[in-house]
Design a protein around this ligand. Structure first.
Ligand SMILES: [Zn+2]
Length: 71
């Protein structure tokens, strides 16, 4: 059974009725699997107010997490 990676609802033709959106292939999983939503890197307090230029040295996973708003 194809299910939404965000809410685990069964989907029909890439559309999740609960989330009310079309899902890209990577967000279509099986039998209620959820997308992994872990943070590999916890920023130091001193980094929280730095601008993007200053954060260029921060690991890519965290930068991706901060800039994506796919929900
Ligand atoms: Zn959903």
């Amino acid at each position: 059974m194809k299910t939404c990676a965000f809410c685990a609802t069964e989907i029909h033709k890439n559309y999740c009725a609960f989330c009310e959106m079309d899902l890209k292939d990577r967000y279509i999983l099986n039998n209620g699997e959820r997308i992994k939503n872990t943070i590999d890197y916890i920023p130091d307090q001193s980094e929280m107010f730095k601008n993007t230029k200053e954060l260029k040295g921060v690991p890519p996973t965290f930068r991706k997490f901060c800039t994506l708003s796919t929900f």
